[in-house]
Design a protein around this ligand. Structure first.
Ligand SMILES: [Zn+2]
Length: 202
């Protein structure tokens, strides 16, 4: 996920998360020297596929992709990146919603929303797989998510505001869903046409 350029201030609000979710990743100290993994742009079919669960046997592969994925996410800059966005059909995603100048990297393996608030919130969303396209999406304001850590532990967090939006956006990617799917057909088609036109002109 990417935040809309005009709304940075709005986002410096109260997303809360348990610090233990933040992962220590040694390669982050020298992330600028790591080549970013190319991010696929819609309408790539893998972005529409349901990714499969990560098993213990997949962990080495997952870990091998993290440096390039974090490099791509920070370089964009984006606040979330899911494995299908680099062509990998596995259920994991990266998230970092920290304010500028700080880093709170999270790696979510097999994440699932287990509770969501009835209260909804509208927020402008963008996506690294739909460059330059933004639209207001309505989703639950807060969620409870269960996921596995890189060490294999099962944990739960509660999130609201920007982090809640970001988690829902990234988990959608694992199910082949893009933020435009939450819009009217008219708006979705408009964005997809504009994106195709812009990509052609590159
Ligand atoms: Zn996205």
């Amino acid at each position: 996920m990417i935040t809309s350029p005009g709304l940075e201030l709005v986002f410096q609000t109260t997303s809360r998360y348990i610090p233990s979710i933040m992962t220590t990743l040694p390669f982050l100290s020298d992330i600028e020297s790591i080549a970013p993994t190319p991010i696929l742009v819609a309408p790539q079919p893998v972005l529409r596929a349901v990714a499969r669960e990560v098993t213990p046997d997949d962990m080495a592969l997952v870990k091998s992709h993290l440096p390039g994925m974090f490099s791509a996410m920070y370089k964009a800059p984006g606040i979330g990146l899911a494995a299908p966005q680099i062509g990998l059909g596995l259920r994991f995603a990266l998230v970092d919603v920290a304010d500028e100048g700080e880093r709170h990297p999270m790696v979510l393996i097999n994440p699932e929303i287990i509770e969501e608030s009835e209260q909804l919130a509208a927020r402008e969303e963008g996506c690294l797989s739909l460059p330059n396209q933004y639209a207001e999406v309505i989703r639950p304001l807060s969620v409870r998510m269960r996921y596995r850590t890189l060490e294999g532990a099962i944990e739960e967090i509660e999130a609201d505001d920007l982090l809640a939006t970001c988690l829902q956006h990234e988990i959608d990617h694992l199910d082949g869903i893009l933020f435009v799917d939450h819009l009217s057909k008219l708006k979705r088609n408009m964005i997809m046409r504009r994106l195709a036109k812009e990509q052609k002109g590159r």
